[in-house]
Design a binder for this molecule. Structure first.
Ligand code: ATP
Ligand code: MG
Length: 777
């Protein structure tokens, strides 16, 4: 085979080089974290294009997030120039949406189908549970959607599920009915949920082999990153894509080389993965996919990579030590040539707030030493841990971003505006219509909605189609007029949609419905933030138009619905990234803070009881550790409050698996019994370094430490407002936690001004003046 040029192979070690150059039907690259799996995949793609072994359009590369896809596309382009156009680099979901939109008709849907996110799915399930009075059987929208999702990931639909239902079990029978209604509800709304995107594509390919053949002929090289986290549906999709093409599906005039029977061999498949990083079993990811790859794809070449290029040896030693406690895995040891590096820093706070303060102080110090905020990340197991971190970060004026969590697109006002757009694109979507029927308020109450719904059900039309008939329902002139006006706004937008930019559609709707005016009219300060958010959405649509001059409303909605948590990450933004451990996969940062390394959080309470749960949580911990390039911090708290309850927290069992000499404890878990530390010492995290080991249950007090009351109260949970307090250099102030100090600098304006203060005891801090707990002396 032709060989790519030297620039493309530069710096690769022999195994990596082999992985880039190997040619054959299937290749499996298994290797630990940071060994260059993603880099190799990228160069392989670039190599195929550069040597002209493949047209860009013949390549399908699957990444785990849209962000990773964008990065890979950029790198390939850097290596081979503009030739990379037309190449599909995307997530499973994006690739499937593209396929399904093109083939929607063969599936009895329209091209503008809506994609339901998990909140939408739950809303639909909630309605069904109400219809069936099913909450009495212990069903909740959460557990039902979880179960349906699991089944769909196994490619089980309501019909195939029905074959195995035990008719004597009322629970199972009821669930089947819910599943059926849910499926029918999605159909009626011309909608698919997230799991459908994959499952329906597989069904499509199986039901229409000639459609599958289109894609099999097109994609001659299929490459998959993070293969360890594929579930059964995704695995099946890959199998369909790389199937050999039967002679009857080979066009007469094909220029592809056919075999003796007139068929075409399947596409070449490359997968890369690390079974130690499999963390999505709860979503149906099946670690066996990687273990059994060789069996499923005979004649596969397997390449192992062992050198790690990301982290220091101390960090790798910790990662290796932890993961070696999982049995049933192939032993592999990561090594690096960069040297041992700094020790891992450990810290035990008295409370979650104390822990957060330590993190903030350390970040401030790192930043002073020249580390960019964007090279620092804070990880946690559950979203509820962000509150304490955010509060302290705001007060310490550390710029940060929360990835995932309450996302922009989950805010009520954004969902409202999006529901308008979705309804305009897909009039069959009753869920979207119900959301906006009375938003902004136009006098359509629940009774009116029920009347409309009843009419729609009787006549057999969608809710949207029922609107123009409102006059026949005897609803009273005022509300009838409101409904007709509402219908007119929607119809006008729908008519204009094919030829109008999404931004213009949105602006027009906001104007005509008076949505913004309604927010302006209230005195609620929250509404001001809501207006800003809606304006931000308008900005998003305008940016979309800049990037996609031809982009339609449906294109815009597709893009938005596929934005995954990690996609919000923006390197240039100069902010610290906060995210869950799950979101952290595949990413890397100079400094990583892994917080809440406690029993019940990591391992999480829910997983501990499940088979394989502890091993999966350990892999999650391993993923977190291996994100760090240079510095790793492990922190925990002795007490943690969730939803207002405070409970004693125990150090995570996984901490014990890290060799003691690798961690330098700034404040160790063992200090709890001999707590001589003063408050300021705790706050500054500069206790005497102690590397003593700790024993479970012995070192920690049985009840929350009594000092807790003394100083958690000083870190109040409410953000205060100092109004227009102005400070100048030289002013003396008193801070409720840090005591007295002198202002040494003021930057920024208005509500964003920041004071730099040299405290007499606590040292230098940066504070957001508007909300810091301070008074001028
Ligand atoms: P993960 O398992 O976390 O997804 P990975 O195996 O995909 O990791 P990459 O992200 O590809 O690893 O690489 C880790 C880091 O090492 C990246 O910063 C990458 O640029 C760098 N790297 C990879 N190979 C080499 C090499 N041969 N020389 C120098 N740096 C390399
Ligand atoms: Mg990777």
């Amino acid at each position: 085979a032709p060989v790519p040029d030297d620039a493309l192979l530069e710096g690769l070690n022999p195994q990596q080089r082999e992985a880039v150059l190997y040619r054959g039907p299937s290749l499996l690259i298994v290797a630990g974290a940071g060994s260059g799996k993603t880099s190799v995949l990228t160069r392989r793609v670039a190599g195929l294009i550069q040597t002209r072994e493949a047209w860009p359009s013949q390549i399908l590369a699957i990444t785990f997030t849209n962000k990773a896809a964008a990065e890979m596309r950029e790198r390939v382009q850097a290596l081979v120039g503009g030739a990379a156009e037309g190449m599909w680099i995307s997530t499973f979901h994006s690739a499937c949406v593209r396929i399904l939109r093109r083939q929607a008709e063969s599936m009895g849907m329209t091209q503008s189908f809506t994609i339901y996110d998990s909140a939408d799915s739950r809303a639909l399930i909630k309605r069904i549970l109400k219809e069936l009075d099913a909450d009495t059987l212990g069903f909740t929208p959460g557990n039902v959607s979880g179960k349906i999702s699991k089944l769909k990931n196994e490619l089980t639909d309501a019909e195939s599920y029905s074959r195995n239902v035990n008719a004597d079990d009322p629970q199972e029978v009821a669930f089947l009915e819910i599943f059926r209604r849910y499926t029918a509800g999605l159909r009626r709304a011309n909608a698919l949920d997230f799991d459908d995107l994959i499952a329906e594509t597989v069904h499509l390919f199986r039901a229409f082999p000639e459609v599958a053949a289109l894609y099999q002929r097109r994609f001659r090289h299929v490459l998959v990153d993070e293969y360890q986290d594929t579930n059964h549906a995704q695995y099946s999709l890959i199998r369909e894509l790389v199937r050999p093409i039967k002679p009857q599906h080979v066009p007469e005039d094909t220029r592809m080389s056919v075999d003796a029977n007139g068929g075409i061999p399947g596409a070449s498949l490359t997968v890369v993965g690390d079974s130690d990083q499999s963390i999505y079993a709860f979503r149906g990811a099946d670690i066996r996919n990687i273990v059994e790859f060789e069996r499923d794809f005979p004649n596969s070449k397997v390449i192992l990579l062992e050198q790690n290029y990301r982290s220091t040896q101390n960090i790798l030693d910790a990662a290796n030590a932890v993961i070696s406690n999982n049995f049933d895995r192939k032993a592999k040891n990561l090594f690096t040539t960069v040297g041992s590096g700094d020790k891992i820093i450990g810290y035990t706070g008295y409370t979650g707030h104390d822990e957060a303060q330590f993190v903030a102080d350390e970040i401030a110090t790192l930043h002073e030493q020249g580390e960019r905020y964007s090279d620092i990340a804070v990880f946690y197991r559950t979203n509820s841990q962000t509150r304490a971190l955010e509060e302290i970060f705001i007060r310490s004026a550390i710029p940060y971003r929360v990835l995932g969590g309450t996302k922009f697109y989950e805010r009520a006002e954004i969902k409202d505006a999006m529901a308008y757009l979705i309804q305009v694109a897909n009039p069959a979507d009753d869920l979207a219509l119900r959301r906006i029927m009375n938003v902004p308020k136009r006098g359509i109450g629940p009774a009116t909605e029920a009347a409309l719904q009843g009419y729609a059900d009787r006549v057999g039309v969608t809710l949207r189609d029922a609107l123009p008939d409102a006059a026949q329902l005897g609803l009273g002139p005022k509300v009838t007029a409101a409904i007709l006006e509402f219908a007119a706004i929607l119809d006008e937008a729908t008519d204009s949609a094919p030829t109008t930019k999404p931004a213009d559609i949105l602006v027009k709707i906001l104007e005509r419905t008076g949505y913004i005016d309604a927010l302006r009219a209230t005195r609620d300060p929250q509404d001001e933030a809501r207006i800003e958010n809606v304006e931000e959405l308008v900005a998003v649509t305008k940016e979309f138009a800049r990037n996609n001059p031809e982009g339609t409303l449906v294109d815009f909605l597709t893009e938005v619905s596929l934005v995954a948590a990690a996609d919000e990450l923006d390197d240039s933004s100069g902010t610290v990234s906060l995210m869950t451990l799950h979101t952290a996969k595949g990413l890397e940062f100079d400094a990583v803070f892994l917080t809440g390394v406690e029993e019940d959080l990591l391992p999480h309470r829910i997983s501990s009881g499940e088979p394989g749960g502890l091993a999966e949580e350990r892999r999650l911990f391993y993923v977190g550790i291996t994100r760090a390039r240079k510095r790793l911090y492990l922190s925990l708290a002795m007490t943690r409050s969730t939803f207002g309850d405070t409970s004693v927290a125990m150090p995570s069992r996984y901490l014990q698996e890290i060799p003691a000499e690798l961690i330098e404890w700034r404040q160790s878990p063992g200090m709890a019994t001999s707590r001589g530390g003063t408050r300021s010492r705790a706050l500054n995290g500069r206790g005497t370094g102690s590397s003593e080991r700790f024993g479970y249950g012995t070192a920690l007090p049985a009840a929350p430490p009594r000092v807790k009351t003394e100083w958690t109260n000083t870190v109040t949970n409410k953000v205060r407002d100092n109004g227009d307090l102005t400070l100048a250099v030289g002013d003396r102030i008193r801070h409720s936690d840090f005591g007295e100090g002198r202002v040494t600098g003021v930057t920024g304006e208005g509500s964003k001004s920041i004071a730099e203060v040299l405290f007499d005891q606590a040292g230098r801090k940066r504070l957001l003046i508007k909300i810091a707990p301070i008074e001028k002396l």
